[in-house]
Ligand binder design. Structure first.
Ligand code: ADP
Length: 221
């Protein structure tokens, strides 16, 4: 079984949703550096306050800060799914080295591919729950800004960085900083490209099938 998984992809490609589904299915702990930074901010911690300077405009936080929260979270864990990390070549190299020091290696990196046009459509209709972190879409979930979260009842909001201006910046950061990370993992034979445009259940099935491809005993009947 693949126990150390990374999900990469542009904003709104479904990394968080798929990480949660894989975590629930395979019992793997999942972490999103973006969600961890938002949690730090809502707790009013020093890391959260520092991170907000970068995240609201759609820029990346410094590698040192992203790595700090990652190693804090890993803290002895040997199995994981990361969503949205590593996001720069510097983070990927530090991650490889840190894992090696712990006697671990990555098993697979999935790149969820999505066109800019679909990213824009999804971002403009995306609502998130500040209470439980669930993500909804105005186009097909019958919710609007301020509706109670169907999972926990807290009012749904739009993320501060889900604006047209911040998105342009996030997409250009993605191309400049994160695509080289995918090349890094491709060169190591770890990268798998997945079309992220289908519905979430279909995308999940593609990931699930790939994860089980060499482990038939893992496949659910
Ligand atoms: P998305 O991928 O949908 O843009 P995330 O929730 O993954 O959103 O991240 C939100 C923001 O948090 C990013 O735009 C960036 O500012 C910051 N961030 C998240 N992960 C990292 C990381 N590994 N390195 C640097 N910045 C990060």
């Amino acid at each position: 079984m693949k126990n150390r998984i990374v999900l990469l992809g542009p904003p709104a490609s479904g990394k968080g949703t798929q990480a949660a589904l894989l975590a629930a299915t395979f019992g793997l702990p999942a972490a999103s550096t973006g969600a961890m930074l938002r949690e730090e901010k809502s707790r009013g911690s020093a890391i959260g306050t520092e991170a907000e300077r970068w995240t609201t405009q759609g820029g990346l936080v410094p590698d040192e800060l992203a790595l700090r929260i990652v190693w804090q979270w890993i803290d002895g864990r040997t199995r994981f799914i990361f969503d949205g990390f590593p996001r720069t070549l510097g983070q990927a190299q530090a991650f490889d080295d840190g894992l090696q020091e712990r006697g671990l290696t990555l098993d697979v990196v999935y790149l969820l591919e999505l066109s800019d046009e679909t990213v824009l459509n999804r971002i403009c209709t995306r609502l998130t729950c500040p209470g439980c972190g669930s993500v909804f879409n105005e186009s097909f979930h019958f919710v609007t800004k301020g509706s109670p979260c169907p999972s926990c009842g807290v009012e749904l909001t739009r993320r501060k960085d889900d604006t047209r201006e911040a998105l342009d910046r996030r997409l250009s950061e993605y191309r400049k900083e994160t695509l080289p990370v995918t090349e890094h993992y491709e060169a190591r034979g770890l990268l798998r490209r997945i079309d992220a445009s289908p519905a979430r259940a279909v995308l999940f099935q593609a990931l699930y099938d790939d994860l089980c491809a060499n482990n038939p005993e893992e496949a659910l009947s």
